[in-house]
Design a protein around this ligand. Structure first.
Ligand code: BGC
Length: 479
C-alpha cells in the first residue's frame, strides 16, 4: 500500500512535469485570441493575413506531429521533450521580438512545431510510464493542462490588453517553457523505449524506481513481448483490418475540430466584439469566463468518462453543442436586439461546457485506446496530425466564411456538422469504458463492427445468457 502510494506520487510528479507541454499547447494556441486584436492594428492585417498569422502555429503543429512518431522512436521520449522545450523557447522569443508580420508568422510556425511534437509525445510518454489502473486518468490530465494553458493565456491577454501589449502576451510563454526545459533534465526516460533500444538493465532500474518496488519482472516481460510484436508499417495502418480504427480516429479528430471549437478558443474576443461588447478588455474578460468553464467542465468530465462512458458523453456533448451553435446563429441574425449579446456569451459558455465534457478529452483518450499495440505510435501520429490539419482548415477559413456568409450562417455550418457528428458517434464509435486494451485488440482481430470494439467478455456473456433466457421463454410459451 505504502509502495503504491509512493509510486503513484512519483508518477504524478513526473506526469505534472510532462503535462507542462499541454499547458504550453493551450497557452500558445489560446493567447492569439486576445493578441490578434492588437497585432491586426499594428501590422495592418486584412482577413486573410490575420487568418494566416493565427494558423501558422497550426501548420507547425501539423509538421511537428507528423514527424514525431519517428523522432521519438529514434532519440527517445525524454530527449524529444527537451527539444520541445527548446523549440518553445526559440519560437516564443521570436514572436515576442517580431519586427513585422512575416517574421511573426515564421516564429509562430516554429512554436507550432513544438506544440505538434509535444501533443504527440506527452500523452505517449504519460501512457508509457503510467501504471495501467490510472492510465486513462493521466492521459486526460493532458487535456486538463491544455485548458489550464488556455486560461493562463486569457488572463495574460486581459492583463496586457489595457496597454495593447501583444508582445508580452506572446512572450509570457517563455516562463512555462523554461520550467519545462529544466524539468526535462529530471524526467526518467520511458522504460518501454529503453527496452525497444535494448537498454534492458536501465529499463529495469527505472521501472523499479517509478514503481517503488523491486518486483518488476512481470511488467518488464510484458513490455518485451509487446516490443517483439512491434513491427509496423504504413501499409498495415490502412489494411482492411485496421481501416475501422482509422475511420474512428480520423472521424473523431475531424469532428473535434470541424464543429468549431477553435472559432471560440482563438476568436472569442473578435466574435464578442462583433456581438456588441465593443471594448477589447470587456471582450477579453468575457472570454476569460469561457476559459474558466472549459477548465471546470474538463474536471467534471474526468471521473464521468469512466462512470458514464465515452459514448453517452459524446452524444450529449454534441447535442448540446448543436443547441448552443444554433442559439449563437439566431443571436447574430438579430443583432439589433440588445439582449442578444448576452445570448451570445451564454451560448458560448454552454458550448464550451459541452465540448469540455465530450470531444475535448474523449477524442485524445479514444485514439490512445483503440490502436493495437504494434501500430499505436504510428496510428496516434496520423490521428494527431490530421487533428492539426482540420484545426488549420477551420482557422484559415473562419474569417473568409464570416465575410461570405456572415457569423450567423457560419455557425449554422458548424451546427450542421454537430448533427453529422452525432450520427458518426452513434453508428461508429465504440464504448471502451471498462474494456482492456487487449480485449479491444481481440475484438478487432475477431472482425467485430467498429461500434462493438469495446464489448467486454462480461457483457458478451450477459448477452448470451439473456438470449438463452429469451429462447427458453419462447419455447415455454409455445408449449
Ligand atoms: C483541442 C484543441 C482545443 C482545446 C480546447 C483540445 O482537445 O485539440 O484544438 O483548442 O481542446 O480546450
Amino acid at each position: 500500500m505504502l509502495n503504491r502510494t509512493r509510486s503513484y506520487s512519483l508518477v504524478y510528479i513526473i506526469s505534472a512535469f510532462a503535462a507542462i507541454t499541454g499547458l504550453l499547447f493551450g497557452y500558445d494556441t489560446g493567447v492569439i485570441s486576445g493578441a490578434i486584436l492588437f497585432i491586426r492594428k499594428d501590422f495592418h492585417l486584412n482577413s486573410v493575413m490575420t487568418g494566416i498569422t493565427v494558423s501558422a502555429v497550426l501548420l507547425g503543429a501539423f509538421i511537428g506531429s507528423a514527424i514525431s512518431g519517428k523522432m521519438t522512436d529514434i532519440i527517445g521520449r525524454r530527449k524529444a521533450l527537451v527539444i520541445v522545450a527548446l523549440i518553445f523557447l526559440i519560437g516564443t522569443l521570436m514572436t515576442m521580438i517580431a519586427p513585422n508580420d512575416p517574421f511573426l508568422i515564421v516564429g509562430r510556425t516554429i512554436l507550432g512545431m513544438a506544440i505538434g511534437i509535444g501533443s504527440f509525445t506527452a500523452p505517449l510518454y504519460l501512457a508509457e510510464i503510467a501504471p495501467t489502473k490510472i492510465r486513462g486518468f493521466l492521459v486526460s490530465l493532458n487535456q486538463l493542462a491544455i485548458t489550464l494553458g488556455i486560461i493562463c493565456a486569457y488572463v495574460i491577454d486581459y492583463l496586457f490588453a489595457k496597454q495593447g501589449d501583444w508582445r508580452w502576451m506572446l512572450g509570457f510563454g517563455v516562463f512555462p517553457a523554461l520550467f519545462l526545459f529544466i524539468g526535462t533534465f529530471f524526467l526518467p526516460e520511458s522504460p518501454r523505449w529503453m527496452v525497444l533500444k535494448g537498454f534492458l538493465r536501465e529499463a529495469e532500474e527505472t521501472l523499479k524506481n517509478i514503481r517503488a518496488t523491486e518486483d518488476v519482472t512481470r511488467e518488464l516481460t510484458e513490455i518485451k513481448q509487446s516490443i517483439q510484436a512491434k513491427r509496423c508499417s504504413w501499409r498495415m495502418l490502412f489494411s482492411k483490418q485496421l481501416r475501422p480504427i482509422m475511420y474512428i480516429s480520423l472521424g473523431l479528430s475531424f469532428f473535434q475540430q470541424m464543429t468549431g471549437i477553435n472559432t471560440i478558443i482563438y476568436y472569442a474576443p473578435t466574435i464578442l466584439q462583433q456581438a456588441g461588447f465593443s471594448e477589447a478588455t470587456t471582450a477579453i474578460l468575457a472570454t476569460l469566463a469561457i476559459g474558466i468553464f472549459n477548465v471546470i467542465f474538463t474536471i467534471v468530465a474526468l471521473p464521468l468518462i469512466d462512470i458514464w462512458g465515452r459514448r453517452p458523453l459524446l452524444l450529449l456533448g454534441l447535442g448540446g453543442m448543436f443547441i448552443s451553435l444554433t442559439a449563437q446563429s439566431v443571436a447574430f441574425y438579430f443583432p439589433e436586439l440588445a439582449y442578444m449579446r448576452w445570448l451570445t456569451v451564454g451560448s458560448m459558455i454552454f458550448y464550451i461546457a459541452c465540448f469540455a465534457m465530450s470531444l475535448g478529452p474523449i477524442m485524445w483518450l479514444v485514439i490512445s485506446e483503440i490502436f493495437p499495440l504494434e501500430i499505436r505510435g504510428l496510428g496516434i501520429s496520423v490521428a494527431v496530425s490530421s487533428c492539426w490539419a482540420f484545426n488549420m482548415v477551420v482557422a484559415l477559413t473562419l474569417l473568409t466564411l464570416i465575410d461570405s456568409f456572415g457569423i450567423s450562417g457560419t455557425f449554422w455550418v458548424y451546427a450542421a456538422l454537430c448533427v453529422l457528428g452525432v450520427l458518426f458517434v452513434y453508428f461508429l464509435v465504440p464504448e471502451t469504458k471498462g474494456c482492456s486494451l487487449e480485449q479491444i485488440e481481440n475484438n478487432l482481430r475477431a472482425g467485430r463492427a467498429p461500434r462493438e470494439l469495446g464489448v467486454t467478455l462480461r457483457k458478451e456473456k450477459l448477452v448470451r445468457v439473456f438470449n438463452a433466457m429469451e429462447v427458453e421463454a419462447e419455447t415455454a410459451s409455445a408449449e
